[in-house]
Design a protein around this ligand. Structure first.
Ligand SMILES: [Zn+2]
Ligand SMILES: [Zn+2]
Length: 489
C-alpha cells in the first residue's frame, strides 16, 4: 500500500508523491490507517517528505492523528527522528505540540529525551513552556536529569530558565532528586550551581542528600555526587571536625611539598669540566690509581667518597642511597632527607585513608563478620562501595612499601650513619670475613642522636650543631678508601 512507499529508500520524494497521488485518485482514503494503526501522514513525517505531507494535508489528513505502538502524532515521529524542518512544517499546519503520547511525553519532552536541542529551542520559541509537565507530572528538566547522563541537555534547559524547584505529581521529586537517583553527576553539578535545594523533601520525606546516603544506593557515584553537593553549599551533615580537616590539609600539603623537593632537588650529581676530566685521567693513571673504587669509567672522573655511579641517571651521585622509581631519580646527599620526610608523610597519608575508609564503612556498611566470615565481609564491602574499597586497596599498597622503606631507612641512618648502598656493600664484605665485626664501627657513625641531627640538619635554635659536609667535594686522601681497607670495618 501507500505507506510502503515511504519506507523505500532510493526513491525520490517526487517519485513517491506521484505514486501517492495516483493511489489517492484511485479512491484510497488518506485517513485510513494501516495494520499497525499508523496513518499516511505519520510515514511522510518520519521520512521527512515535505511535499507529500503538504499533499496529504490538502487531501484532509488529520494533523494530530494518534497512531503506532506508542500512540503518538506525526509531530512526535518527526521529533524523535530530529527532523526540524518537518517539525516547523507540521506546526504551521496546526499540529499541537502539547499533545502527550502513549508514554505521557509531550513534544518538548521528546526533543529533550532524544537530545534534539534545535527542535527543543524551536518548540520553546513557539510558546511551549519550559516547565510544562508531561502526563506523569515530570518537567523536561527532570527527564534530562534522570534519563540523559552528561551535562546536556540539563545545561541547555537551565539556560532556558527551567525551574529547579518543580516537583513531579507522583513522588514529588525535584530535578535534583532525579539526578541523584540516576547517579547523574554532571546534571547534579549543574543543578546545584543553579541553587537547587539539597533539603527539599519528596513524597517519601527524603531530601536529595538523604536519597544519596540511603543504603540502597551505594555505588561509586555516591561519593562523587556527595562531594558535589557538599562543595557549593555545606549542609548540616556530621562531616569531619575542624581539627581533622586542618591536620589532613597540613599532611596533604607536606606530602606534596616533600615529594616535589625530593624530585626537584639535585641529589648531589658530581660535575667536572672536560679539562678537569682529562687532567684527572692523566693524574690518576700516572699515579696508578685508576681503579674502579675511586675512578668512575662512565663519567671519566674521580669519585668523591661515598659517591656511586647511577646508570639510570648516567652520573655519579654524592652519598648515593639508591635510585628511586617513585621519584624517577636518585636519592643522594642533597635530597635524602626530603625523601625520608616524603616517606613519613606518605605513611601518615595512608593512615588518613584507612581512617576515612573505616569511618565510611562504620557509618554505611553494616558488617556481620561473626556470622558471614571473611568472604562474607569482603563481598559486603564490595557491595557497599567498590570505590571506597578501591581507595583502601590503593592506600594499603602505598602505605606498605612506604612504611617498610621508611623503617629500613631510619634504622640505617640512625644506628649506622650509612646509606643503603654502603650497607649492602658492607654486608657483602662482612660475609667474606672470617670473624664477624659490628657494622656500627664505621667512620661515618656518630651515634644515634648525632646521626639524626646531621642527617636532618636539625639545629633546634642552636641546641644542636649538625655536621656540614659537602659530599660532592670529599675525596679520599690517596689510595686509601673506606672499602679498600677491610680493617676499618
Ligand atoms: Zn659516574
Ligand atoms: Zn639514579
Amino acid at each position: 500500500t501507500v505507506s510502503k512507499f515511504h519506507g523505500q529508500r532510493g526513491k525520490t520524494e517526487f517519485g513517491i508523491l506521484d505514486r501517492c497521488k495516483e493511489l489517492m485518485e484511485a479512491g484510497y482514503n488518506v485517513r485510513q490507517p494501516d495494520k499497525e494503526n499508523v496513518s499516511l501522514l505519520h510515514w511522510a513525517a518520519i521520512n521527512n517528505h515535505a511535499e507529500v505531507v503538504k499533499y496529504y494535508i490538502s487531501k484532509g489528513a488529520v494533523i494530530d492523528q494518534l497512531g503506532g505502538d506508542l500512540n503518538s502524532t506525526p509531530l512526535h515521529w518527526a521529533i524523535r527522528q530530529g527532523h526540524l524542518s518537518m517539525v516547523i512544517q507540521l506546526l504551521r499546519y496546526g499540529a499541537d505540540p502539547s499533545v502527550a503520547d502513549g508514554e505521557g511525553y509531550r513534544s518538548l519532552h521528546l526533543a529533550i529525551l532524544f537530545q534534539h536541542m534545535p527542535i527543543a529551542a524551536y518548540l520553546m520559541a513557539k510558546g511551549q513552556e519550559v516547565d510544562l509537565p508531561d502526563s506523569n507530572g515530570q518537567t523536561p528538566l527532570m527527564l534530562a536529569a534522570q534519563k540523559i547522563i552528561g551535562p546536556e541537555p540539563t545545561n541547555f534547559l537551565m539556560k532556558c530558565n527551567a525551574s529547579v524547584s518543580a516537583v513531579d505529581k507522583v513522588d514529588r521529586n525535584s530535578p535534583l532528586h532525579c539526578a541523584v537517583l540516576a547517579g547523574n553527576v554532571d546534571a547534579a553539578h549543574i543543578l546545584l550551581e543553579a541553587g537547587a535545594s539539597v533539603d527539599a523533601e519528596n513524597a517519601n520525606v527524603r531530601s536529595p542528600i538523604h536519597t544519596l546516603i540511603n543504603p540502597i544506593r551505594n555505588d561509586w557515584i555516591t561519593p562523587t555526587v556527595c562531594g558535589a553537593m557538599l562543595c557549593p553549599q555545606p549542609v548540616s551533615l556530621h562531616g569531619p571536625s575542624a581539627t581533622v580537616q586542618v591536620l589532613f590539609t597540613v599532611n596533604a600539603t607536606a606530602l606534596l611539598y616533600y615529594y616535589l623537593r625530593s624530585c626537584r632537588t639535585d641529589p648531589g650529581i658530581v660535575k667536572a669540566t672536560e679539562e678537569e676530566k682529562k687532567m684527572n685521567v692523566v693524574l690518576l693513571a700516572e699515579a696508578g690509581c685508576l681503579d674502579p673504587s675511586i675512578f668512575c669509567t662512565s663519567c671519566m672522573m674521580k669519585k668523591p667518597m661515598r659517591a656511586s655511579h647511577c646508570f639510570s641517571c648516567d652520573a655519579c651521585v654524592a652519598k648515593q642511597d639508591h635510585h628511586s622509581i617513585w621519584i624517577n631519580g636518585c636519592i643522594g646527599a642533597r635530597n635524602h632527607h626530603f625523601f625520608v620526610l616524603f616517606l613519613l608523610y606518605l605513611c601518615l597519608m595512608g593512615a588518613w585513608m584507612f581512617y576515612g575508609c573505616l569511618v565510611y564503612w562504620s557509618k554505611h556498611c553494616p558488617l556481620h563478620y561473626q556470622e558471614e566470615g571473611v568472604w562474607g565481609a569482603i563481598s559486603a564491602l564490595v557491595g557497599c562501595s567498590s570505590w571506597v574499597l578501591g581507595v583502601f586497596c590503593l592506600a594499603f599498597f602505598h602505605t606498605s612499601w612506604a612504611s617498610i622503606l621508611l623503617v629500613i631507612q631510619l634504622y640505617q641512618i640512625a644506628f649506622y650513619g650509612l646509606t643503603n648502598a654502603e650497607m649492602a656493600n658492607l654486608v657483602l664484605r662482612q660475609r667474606k670475613l672470617p670473624q664477624s665485626i659490628s657494622l656500627r664501627q664505621n667512620p661515618y657513625n656518630l651515634g644515634v642522636v648525632r646521626n639524626l641531627v646531621s642527617f636532618f640538619q636539625l639545629r633546634c635554635c642552636g641546641l644542636f650543631k649538625p655536621a656540614m659536609v659537602d659530599w660532592t667535594q670529599q675525596y679520599p686522601p690517596g689510595r686509601d678508601h673506606m672499602f679498600g681497607q677491610p680493617d676499618i670495618v
